[in-house]
Write a protein that binds this ligand. Structure first.
Ligand code: NAP
Length: 349
């Protein structure tokens, strides 16, 4: 079989290699034929060697298969497997994180560094590391959910009890950008009837966001004081939840437009990692009684909780573009350039 490997030394050095198809299954394992892989910003960082916010990702001695998010079909089962041949499955990003708050050792179980990833034709998974695909979703659509959508779900619901997601027009969610996580957040927030404010560098993308249900839209390039626009749109109250994707350029402004007692869900850092020069976090957090929460995707049971909403509302994830398996390098480059809206998918089978 074929798989892509990286030595975490640059996207351009990603290499397609031949390797034996896996044949040994431990008790509970299944062999999955990978149908589609969706790409995340993190995958580009792993290939470039710049993902490094935890020591588990810093082992660069051996080449590794990148990427985490799949939809595949079970083609071989072992004793005590929870799946049958023919089942369509998605893999959970943190293979050991099944419920509750994340523990530090869960960092050891991330697919696509430090664990071998999924940009490959076949891969063995333990049953516990998989969830079933809702029937209405295509393989491409399902492959987009494990990281982007689950992260968005947790950004909204991390403090909500399981089974009781945030709901209703009275709650305002600020969503930064129109990448994979943000568009998933918009779609689920719309399905939950939350009020949404989306920011983007592109009027075109904002128009699309409004078609997807965004209540308000702000171009953050044309309006660098977007935090003030958020306050105006909410009659001075601010956003109850901020999906913080920007990092260095956005965090200080997020503090200025989060509601009193609100939550900033720190998800990413697409504009840079160091926001410290612009802000005094302790004073900002205190003065508006803000909760700042780091989100690292979510556990399996919250993924399944999210799938219930998808099932009930038949949300179709937004796919920007699909590439062939042999074009995986081009696909990762395309994602890294940032022109997309929603998810970029590589078709493997
Ligand atoms: N914590 C987690 O578990 C987790 C999971 C997934 C992703 N992430 C992180 O979350 C971030 C987004 O991931 P992704 O996969 O959605 O990335 P993506 O698909 O590459 O999207 C990135 C988007 O960020 C927007 N952006 C760039 N600079 C911005 C700024 N200054 N202010 C506001 N938006 C800005 C752009 O939107 P426009 O083109 O509309 O301007 C761009 O499309 C990344 O940092 C990623 O590492 C974290």
């Amino acid at each position: 079989m074929k798989q892509w490997i990286t030595r975490q030394d640059g996207l351009e050095k990603l290499e397609l290699v031949d390797t034996p198809e896996p044949s040994d299954l431990d008790d509970g394992d299944v062999l999955v034929k990978i149908n589609c892989v969706s790409l995340n910003y993190r995958d580009t960082e792993v290939c470039s060697g710049t993902f490094g916010f935890h020591p588990s990702a810093d082992r660069k001695d051996e080449p590794i298969v990148p990427c985490s998010d799949i939809c595949g079909t079970v083609i071989k089962v072992s004793r005590n497997s929870a799946y049958q041949k023919g089942d369509r499955v998605m893999a959970i990003f943190k293979q050991s994180h099944l419920t509750g708050q994340m523990k530090e050792q869960d960092f050891e179980s991330l697919l696509g560094a430090p664990l071998p990833g999924c940009l490959t034709q076949y891969r063995v998974f333990p049953s516990a590391g998989l969830v079933k695909v809702p029937q209405y979703l295509t393989d491409e659509e399902a492959s987009t959910l494990p990281v982007a959508a689950v992260t968005a779900w947790m950004a909204l619901n991390t403090f909500q009890p399981l089974g009781s997601p945030l709901k209703g027009r009275g709650k305002v969610v600020l969503i930064q950008g129109t990448g994979g996580v943000s568009v998933s957040a918009l779609q689920m927030a719309h399905a939950l009837q939350l009020t949404t404010i989306v920011t983007s560098s592109s009027d075109e993308k904002l128009k699309r966001a409004q078609q997807l249900g965004a209540t308000y839209a702000i171009n953050y390039k044309k309006n660098p004081d977007w935090h003030e626009a958020v306050l105006e749109m909410t009659d001075g109250k601010g956003a109850d939840v901020v999906l913080e994707c920007g990092g260095a350029d956005t965090l200080a402004k997020s503090f200025k437009c989060v509601a009193f007692g609100g939550q900033i869900s720190c998800v990413g850092y697409v504009s840079g990692k160091d926001a410290s020069s612009q802000m005094n976090t302790n004073v900002l957090a205190l003065s508006r009684n803000v909760t700042l929460k780091g989100i690292v995707c979510g556990p399996k049971d919250r993924f399944e909780e999210m799938l219930q909403l998808y099932q009930e509302t038949e949300v179709h994830p937004v796919i920007d573009r699909t590439f062939e398996f042999l074009e995986a390098k081009t696909a990762l480059r395309y994602l890294a350039e940032g022109g997309h809206m929603g998810k970029v998918v590589v078709k493997v089978a």
